[in-house]
Design a binder for this molecule. Structure first.
Ligand code: ATP
Length: 451
């Protein structure tokens, strides 16, 4: 069934359309014409995104003894970005079309080709110039006293500038990590491919601080590279659709001693999903210099003081949303009809199960189904209710949003066939098959699937 996905050149359009139609993702401020590279998440999209973030938080932060969570502000002073090198180096090469003056990233051959194809005549490009991606604004009531600030271009710096606060308040033993999830902003020259390249997006990151030692650096880097790769797979990806790729030395960011990407095979080629970067002591050293605060670490087990090195895991939340939708999209035939469904991993599916009474106009069925839903919500709150239309239509609606289970209460549940009393029908999304189980058995299945 996967073949529908990657061989289908219209897959992106299908995803964009399903995302809008079923309340996952909408163009930002659409009724005002929208903004390029800006999207809003609807009722189901926000759940899917939340579940991915929660899975990150559980595995990278909550379940570990050596990692702390935090949440830094979006607005940060100019000096932070001077220290991190972003005001100087966070740039992309830009070329301008001499005919219509549209600007395109010089290193994106697809964008160049698409623009050239949009003109009938042969066009000329300006020579490349550098363009800084940071989004700036001003804080303060009067123009004179207003301070220039930046909407963070990456969430990373919010962690580094709090390194000392976390050390002083939590007294962690090295090695230890600090993780966070939050919005980042980049004035991308050519936002494209739906939510793949946006101007406002969310990141989930871990900064893992280690002793400044080459061997330790290699060991920790290898550990986090594998950890991030298996975590990404656990979102429901087929192993062969993901790969790890090392950056060539000239491709690495200004701070990176080593850098790898996790890439996903999209209909528009292999694309970066996640980065693992060996940032060395770049950030803490620069923030020490620029802020005048000593950001070294004192290791009381050895009596040494040093600036730790940082191994970073950095993933885009929105890219994960897009990639799981691409991966999960299926079309097949069920009961002689074509259907569309999302084979989402139950732990990230926006709705875990839907409960419905076989008939809407039978109060005794409705009441029993309401009780069943309440019971199942003890396992997970995201248990939906649907009593609209016939049962087949309800199942199809849930298939299309990736709900793994549907539960139907009928007259047998109430005891019409005595041996079936207190049992309900459980229907599986991927196969459409059904079985009769008790409510505690169904609760157990849901519990096991959403782990
Ligand atoms: P790219 O090469 O695609 O521009 P990057 O190497 O600049 O990405 P990083 O700075 O390493 O990206 O950011 C970490 C993660 O944040 C990326 O792996 C990606 O998942 C996500 N990300 C970066 N830029 C964007 C964007 N414009 N829109 C959505 N997600 C993004």
């Amino acid at each position: 069934m996967y073949s529908v996905a990657m061989s289908d050149q219209n897959l992106m359009e299908k995803i964009v359309s399903l995302a809008k139609r079923r309340g996952f993702i909408f163009p930002g401020s659409e009724i005002y014409g929208g903004l390029s590279g800006i999207y809003d998440y609807g009722p189901l999209g926000v759940e899917l995104r939340h579940n991915i973030k929660q899975h990150f938080w559980n595995k990278f932060i909550a379940e570990r003894d050596d990692v702390y969570g935090m949440s830094a502000a979006i607005l940060m002073p100019e000096r932070v970005w001077e220290a991190s090198g972003h005001t100087e180096l966070f740039t992309d090469p830009l070329v301008e079309c001499k005919m219509c003056h549209e600007r395109v990233r010089a290193d994106q051959s697809e964008a160049i080709a698409a623009h050239e194809a949009s003109h009938k005549e042969k066009i000329e490009w300006s020579s490349p110039s550098v363009f800084n991606l940071l989004v700036e604004t001003h804080l303060g009531a009067s123009e004179k006293s207003a301070t220039k600030v930046y909407l963070r271009g990456e969430i990373t710096q919010g962690v580094h500038v709090n390194f000392k606060n976390v050390v002083d308040s939590m007294h962690p033993k090295i090695p230890f990590g600090i993780g966070q999830i939050g919005k980042a902003f980049r004035n991308e020259i050519t936002p494209r491919d739906f939510i793949f390249r946006q101007r406002e997006f969310e990141q989930m990151e871990l900064q893992y601080y280690i002793r400044p030692d080459e061997e330790e650096g290699k060991r920790q880097f290898a550990f986090w590279k594998d950890f991030a790769f298996s975590w990404y797979q656990s979102l429901g990806f087929d192993k062969t659709h993901l790969r790890l790729r090392a950056h060539a030395p000239d491709e690495r960011a200004h701070y990176a001693k080593d850098a790898w990407d996790i890439e996903y095979e999209t209909p528009f080629g292999w694309k970066e999903a996640w980065g693992i970067h060996h940032r060395g002591d770049w950030d803490l050293r620069r923030h020490s210099e620029y802020s005048g605060h000593d950001l070294s670490y004192f290791d009381d087990s050895t009596g040494e003081r040093f600036i730790p090195w940082d191994i970073e895991c950095s993933g885009g939340v929105d890219r994960a949303v897009l990639f799981v939708l691409l991966e999960a999209y299926r079309e097949d035939e069920l009961g002689g009809e074509v259907r569309t469904y999302l084979a989402l991993a139950p732990k990230i599916a926006p709705v875990k199960a839907m409960v419905s009474p076989l008939l809407k106009n039978k109060p005794e069925l409705v009441q029993k189904a309401r009780e069943v839903r309440k019971e199942l919500q003890k396992v997970h709150p995201a248990i939906a209710w649907d009593d609209n239309g016939n049962i087949g239509k309800r199942y199809r609606r849930q298939d299309e949003i990736g709900t793994p289970f549907c539960v139907t209460v009928d007259f047998d549940t109430l005891g019409e066939t005595p041996e079936l009393k207190e049992t309900v029908t459980l229907r599986y999304r991927d196969t459409g098959s059904q079985e009769r189980l008790t409510i505690p058995e169904i609760a157990e299945r849901i519990q096991a699937a959403v782990q």
